[in-house]
Design a protein around this ligand. Structure first.
Ligand code: UGA
Length: 477
């Protein structure tokens, strides 16, 4: 192996971001302590089991354990006292008004103060409000006499392909105010890049293989391509700490704008006979626009986009700027749920309240069990008042959905798409899991009481379905 630097690293916070980062850094060869306050997460990680569904994560964890590079712990002293670098990956939940809470971040600062080694490098990976670095440095400096360095390294991992986006990110943003910190972060991920390229090229021993296919399973939903070949150094972007803090929310806010824009054009398509898939496909062929995140549908959700978009509006206001475009983007997204609801009601007609329907897909997007701010769940909640019953199915998110919707009598839970569709008057596709793309539509039609499909993600072949005798409605087509 070439001369790569290996560090001892503490990952603080073992949520989606922390577990993935810890597993990948440890599998690549760093010695990693992954710290969390929840014993069940620590136990699970030490047994090699992630606490959520994410393609490739269990395989990466197993490599990390085989190399004896990963220890999950509840103990700050164990995690930090011998570490070169700490990456903060804790939650920064938003209030209703969009204000991000720094409670967990400051709790970490308090707990680190006494146990961190001299000249420790603290890297903020959590999505934090603009100017958090000033607050954090001031807060921690008041709690310790030790010298420390602070840097910002925002993450861009997307659920469903977070292992791939951690192993081979399109770009790595390093916000550091001194050369040593920049260099340490650069080298941390240089080892990851080396490991990642060997992995996707299938150069690991066979039992360690994390196949390209596995990592890409959900990566190409809503994205056109991934560039694996770009040299590592060309992916790294050096910026100031305040810029790094703004990059992450800028990216997410821009992507929400692009999706809401596509949804607005879809509304015009609905009124003009155009097909959004053709319109967006052709407009997106212009490389200045691009097809990534240009898919109309049920709107954007999840643990990040809604929080970051509203957060940026709130923070901008505080800084004296009215981010009116983004306010409109958020409002357009809310209307998307109304639109799908009205379409379903229209398809069911006057007897809607006596209808049994099915909803396929409940996670906020394919490839994850996550149902936070899921447009699909939101739609089910709205529909429940207007119909007799709803049978739902998702390949991975049933447990989370039961937690959220299990108390509603009109909702029942199926074990497959076909089971959900049985005797239904309408099947709604709410989340575009790849397994729903090639359903046995003849069988689907046979089990349904009326052949009506509402494709809220525009992924089904409307001409084929119409030829089978289905009534097909999409979003903007
Ligand atoms: C998002 C960003 O994509 C990541 O880069 C970022 O790091 C992450 O948030 C974060 O802030 O941590 P994620 O929340 O996992 O990642 O989900 P996305 O794949 O971006 O999808 C978000 C929502 O947009 C989903 O509800 C999806 O269905 C919807 N979407 C996406 C569309 O409706 N149309 C599209 O064309 C793309």
């Amino acid at each position: 192996m070439l001369n790569f630097k290996k560090y001892t690293i503490a990952i603080i916070g073992a949520g989606y971001l922390g577990q993935t980062t810890a597993a990948v850094l440890a599998a690549a060869g760093h010695k990693v302590f992954c710290l969390d306050i929840k014993p069940e997460i620590v136990q699970s990680l030490n047994r090699g089991k992630p606490t959520f569904f994410e393609p490739g994560l269990e395989q990466v964890l197993s490599i990390a354990h085989k190399k004896k590079n990963l220890i999950a712990t509840l103990d700050y002293t164990e995690a930090i006292s011998k570490s070169d670098i700490s990456f903060i990956c804790v939650d920064t939940p938003a209030s209703k008004s969009g204000e991000l809470s720094l409670k967990s971040v400051m709790k970490v600062a308090r707990s680190m103060a006494q146990v961190m080694p001299e000249n420790h490098l603290i890297v903020m990976k959590s999505t934090v409000p603009i100017r958090t670095s000033e607050k954090f440095i001031k807060f921690l400096s008041a709690k310790t006499k030790k010298k420390f360095r602070y840097a910002s390294n925002p993450e861009f991992l997307a659920e469903g392909y977070s292992v791939l986006s951690t192993m081979l990110p399109d770009h790595i943003v390093i916000g550091a105010s001194d050369a040593k910190s920049y260099d340490q972060i650069f080298k941390t991920f240089e080892l990851v890049d080396y490991f990642a390229k060997k992995t996707v090229n299938g150069e690991h021993p066979s039992d360690d293989k994390i196949s390209k296919k596995l990592l890409l399973t959900y990566a190409q939903v809503n994205r056109s391509r991934f560039n694996y070949d770009k040299p590592y150094a060309e992916r790294v972007i050096k910026v100031s700490v305040p810029s790094a803090e703004l990059v992450k929310v800028t990216a997410n806010a821009f992507l929400t704008t692009k999706i809401s824009f596509a949804n607005s054009i879809a509304n015009i398509c609905d009124r003009s006979g155009a097909d959004i898939m053709e319109v967006a496909g052709a407009a997106g062929a212009d490389p200045r626009i691009g097809m990534d995140y240009f898919y109309a549908g049920l709107g954007w959700g999840g643990g990040c986009f809604p929080k970051d978009a509203l957060g940026l509006v709130t923070q901008s206001k505080k800084l004296g700027y009215d981010f009116s475009i983004l306010r409109e983007v958020i409002s357009t997204n809310r209307k998307q749920a109304d639109l799908a609801y009205s379409k379903a009601r229209r398809m069911l007609g006057r007897t809607a309240n006596k209808s049994d329907i099915a909803v396929l897909g409940l996670a906020f997007k394919p490839g994850t069990s996550d149902t936070r701010v899921s447009p699909a769940i939101n739609l089910v909640k709205r529909l429940v008042r207007g119909v007799q019953s709803i049978r739902v199915f998702d390949p991975q998110a049933m447990e989370n959905t039961r937690r959220e919707l299990g108390h509603i009598k009109k909702i029942s839970f199926a074990n497959s798409a076909i089971e959900a569709a049985k005797d239904s008057e309408l099947v709604i596709l709410a989340t575009e899991w790849p397994e729903f793309l090639n359903l046995d539509f003849k069988e689907l039609k046979r089990v349904m009481s009326k052949p009506k499909l509402l494709d809220c993600r525009n992924v089904w072949n409307k001409d084929y379905l119409k030829s089978l005798g289905f009534e097909y409605v999409g979003i903007g087509r």
